[in-house]
Design a protein around this ligand. Sequence first.
Ligand code: ADE
Ligand code: ZN
Length: 338
Amino acid sequence: MSDIESFIRRLPKAELHLHLEGTVTPATLVELSRRHDAAPITLPEAEALYHFTDFNGFLLAFKAVSERLLTPADYELAAWRMAQRLAEQGVMHAEVYISVGVIYHWRNPDPDCFDPIFAGLERARLRAEIELNLTLYWILDAVRHFPLDETEKVFHKAAQLHASHPSVVGIGLGGDERRCGSEPFRAMYARAKEAGLRLTNHAGETTPPQAIWEALSIGSERLGHALSAIDDPQLMDHLKVRGTPLELNPTSNVRTGVCPSFAAHPLRRYFEAGLLVTINSDDPAFFGSALASEYLLAHTEQGFSRDELRELAANSIRASFLPDVTKRSWLSQITEAH
Ligand code: ADE
Ligand code: ZN
């Protein structure tokens, strides 16, 4: 491991944009398939699923994996393996999207079917806290292009769980922005906020800046991707003045074909413009990404110095939903990391 790689490993970091389903590797998928399928898929077949060339192909692959995550034990296994990989990279906190919208749409419309699955996730979370010193928060994610009443169910379940489980920290919207923006979710976001949930939203990944303005207008606090903000100087200024945290995912954007290369990603320009940027891996098993390698690529492809990488790590803490006292403690450890 090079000097810079071991520095990145030692730097305490938070991952703020990570989909549990997107952490399931082909090998784990085969294991899940053996649990459930009469004719289990082979490793080459599983690997083939992950070979897509555009955003639509990615969404289909994401669906194929989600369909094989069935039982509470499946979710517990996926979450535990995810936690192990995070801890290996020096990640001490992660806020993880769970695509509850996919469960309600493809598998079971009963809102309470998520409860036993959630119990499995919580078992993995507690084990990660004890054995790996890694804290996890859950963000319940709906799929924006599915029927609105399904999103309503996801956010209602989030509010219900949040009341008794502080680990359920927020809600989010993934899926295809080209098919549905944010406006239809205005009232649901207001209700989620009233319930004490934090509001995230995928915005401007495959869509123009207008989609980001719309996401902000319904109260989204933290934005996933925000790739197209670079095309709108007024929006850049607005994001800076408001200090809106951005969950950027450069490798993901390259792999889904919405950005030509890591070097061309606006990360550096956002950083220099004073935006509150964080880097994240999104769906690491699909994109061959990992948080530590995003930091390394920021260094090799965009010239981020050690101190600038330290600033990215500090931003990941500032933009997290951790309590202030915990943030202060991690920030001072980041200052001391060498
Ligand atoms: N679900 C998982 N990853 C996603 C992404 N990058 N964009 C939209 N929906 C997603
Ligand atoms: Zn995402």
